[in-house]
Design a protein around this ligand. Structure first.
Ligand SMILES: [Zn+2]
Ligand SMILES: [Zn+2]
Length: 266
């Protein structure tokens, strides 16, 4: 697997031919679409369309300074271990939440918003410097902040750790994930952020609320290899030596399940 060259990383996201707001086809009209100057990942046929789209797009728009994209610094073994311990702590809380919801899921009257384990999510404080981010605006359609800010901070932290090179997480491995993000075609809809692989790999701590929300919902698909490796059956679930190991490997799956259960709760 080749590592992305700097030139590859610094290519701008490709322009489509359709305006993201009004769906006008620029090829039919031999029109040049305007690129969002901040994220460089959304395209409009006119300033009027860009203005109209901003109400939603502001939640999904994060800076892409294209000339400076580089992978984050490689962590030494000690720093990587410290970060992995913090991830383990978060993964344990997610796992405990998932076990509790699994036990109740067959109950027709079960409302995941009323689980006691949600308090652990609300009270989960990340260690510095991962506690620094705060978000006042969340993707539209989500009026209350009760679980969402913490879900987003967890999504952000897990993304940072996953995309930070270390002795156990090589640039080549990150490169592979970056490529799969770059190839990912998300359905174009009002609720989705556009994702751009190099940005997620190179600026994992600087994404928008919409991007972290999207990652929380799709990380389990992107990283499924992490936990299915070693399974006896193709596509089967891997056997884990310890509960902690399982919690760690399933962290993105459990985040995705929690996201689906709690994100839309009013
Ligand atoms: Zn338009
Ligand atoms: Zn933008």
């Amino acid at each position: 697997m080749s590592v992305s060259s700097k030139e590859e990383l610094n290519q701008l996201p490709a322009a489509p031919s359709i305006c993201f707001e009004c769906m006008r086809d620029s090829e039919d009209d031999s029109l040049k679409l305007l690129r969002c100057t901040t994220c460089k990942n959304e395209f409009y046929c006119s300033v009027a369309c860009q203005r109209k789209a901003w109400k939603q797009h502001k939640h999904n728009c994060s800076l892409l300074p294209i000339k400076e994209l580089e992978y984050p610094e490689v962590l030494d073994a000690t720093k990587a271990q410290e970060m992995a311990s913090e991830v383990q702590r978060v993964a344990d809380v997610l796992y405990k939440w998932e076990l509790a919801s699994q036990a109740k899921r067959d109950d027709k009257d079960f409302d995941p918003a009323e689980m006691n384990e949600n308090e652990d999510i609300l009270n989960l404080k990340l260690q510095p410097p991962y506690d620094q981010a705060s978000y006042t605006r969340l993707p539209s359609g989500h009026q209350t902040h009760k679980y969402r800010t913490n879900i987003m901070l967890i999504s952000r932290f897990l993304t940072i750790q996953f995309m930070t090179p270390s002795p156990s997480r090589t640039v080549e491995a990150i490169d592979a994930v970056q490529r799969s993000f770059a190839d990912l075609a998300m359905p174009r809809g009002a609720d989705y952020a556009q994702v751009w692989g190099p940005k997620i790999a190179c600026r994992p701590g600087d994404l928008s609320p919409g991007e972290y929300a999207l990652l929380a919902s799709i990380w389990n698909i992107m990283t499924v290899d992490e936990w299915s490796v070693g399974s006896a059956e193709p596509g089967g679930e891997r056997q884990f030596a310890t509960v902690e190991e399982k919690a760690f490997a399933m962290r993105f799956v459990n985040l995705g399940l929690m996201y689906n259960a709690l994100w839309d709760v009013e």
